[in-house]
Design a protein around this ligand. Structure first.
Ligand SMILES: [Zn+2]
Length: 348
């Protein structure tokens, strides 16, 4: 089958590690579902893999892609009760869990010690004609969404949902600062928060991207940079925001610790500009800040997200679509960072 895969990792030119060509069909096992892929989006996770930054030892070549939407083709054994029938349009819940660690049997399966995403665990990724995953991990596709829009839910939207509503536990009337507010997680967080009645302070280096965030529901537009925190404090009467959605890291951390209110939460789910900013610990303890790591989300949270999207009639922001065969150009666009929303690969 046709697939986009990493033939190598690391080096000075990570995009040169991309190969598009034939890979063997995945072998469907008992307890799994086989999905005919229609679209997937390009995530920073894929780019980190090409750079050789991986949480698990993976064998090469490795098909990339960690979200997606497609059509159920078959189950490897009797499908679970109420599972989407073969022929159903579905969205992938792209995580796998060990199923028997303390995290898995406790209240939050995201604390599984060895959970993995498609492409970085035992399962190959979604930039391919077919993918297999646990039989319970396909969910009916919201009808109002295109294939690319639906594909975007499994990683980006789920990440933003957990950051806002589980980790920061925000409620209507609260305030949130979203960095890189037209980026992947940023645009999702802006849209979800605004739809939930949370006041969004959107930050970006680009005027154009601030306009995008405004269309997604942000009411306060803050140019990123030295004066960003000062601007937010002025706009909040000196208090700061209830929470910060932090995925940028080194370039924005200084703003995050200054612009959050006393006792507020900084939720971290990425560090696209680098993972080691000065911690500014004096500010952290004196102002009693809560710094909360977050990654992806549980299956129940994914189902909540889908209901929320349907209820509020939301559509993810897709910057552009590329055919799988042109996947390298999609990665170049991601690396350049001049996109708004997500870059999708369509699988004909
Ligand atoms: Zn586990």
């Amino acid at each position: 089958m046709q697939a986009l895969y990493a033939k190598a990792m690391g080096g000075d030119r990570p995009l040169d590690n991309i190969e598009i060509g034939e890979r063997p069909e995945p072998q469907l096992q008992a307890g799994q579902v086989l999905v005919r892929m229609r679209a997937a989006t390009v995530n920073h996770h894929d780019y980190w893999t090409l750079r050789g930054v991986v949480g698990y030892p993976i064998t090469l070549p490795r098909i990339l892609g960690c979200d997606g939407a497609g059509i159920v083709e078959a189950y490897g054994s009797d499908p679970p009760a109420n599972a989407p029938k073969p022929g159903s349009e579905v969205v992938l819940y792209p995580l796998t869990f060990c199923g028997n660690c303390l995290g898995c049997v406790g209240a939050d399966p995201m604390l599984c010690r060895t959970f993995t995403m498609l492409s970085d665990g035992p399962l190959e990724g979604s930039f391919a004609r077919h993918v297999v995953l646990p039989a319970l991990h396909v969910v009916p596709k919201p009808q109002q969404l295109s294939w690319s829009e639906a594909a975007d839910l499994g990683v980006t939207y789920l990440t933003a949902y957990r950051m806002l509503f589980v980790k920061a536990a925000l409620h209507p009337g609260d305030t949130v600062l979203v960095h890189a507010a037209a980026g992947g997680v940023g645009s999702a967080a802006t849209q979800l928060a605004a739809a939930a009645g949370i006041t969004v302070f959107a930050s970006s280096r680009s005027e154009e991207k601030l306009k995008v965030a405004e269309r997604l529901g942000a009411t306060h537009l803050v140019p990123a940079g030295r004066d960003a925190a000062k601007t937010i404090l002025r706009l909040t009467g000196g208090d700061g925001v209830d929470a910060v959605i932090e995925t940028v890291g080194e370039a924005t951390w200084g703003t995050s610790v200054r612009a959050v209110r006393q006792g507020g939460a900084i939720v971290v789910a990425g560090a696209t500009s680098g993972p080691n900013p000065p911690a500014d610990l004096a500010r952290v303890f004196w102002r009693q800040l809560r710094i909360l790591g977050s990654t992806m989300g549980s299956l129940p949270e994914f189902l909540e997200l889908l209901h929320f999207m349907q209820d509020k009639k939301l559509k993810p922001l897709i910057d552009s679509e590329y055919a799988l065969a042109d996947g390298r150009a999609a990665f170049e666009k991601l690396a350049n960072g001049d996109h708004a929303g997500k870059i999708a690969l369509t699988i004909p």
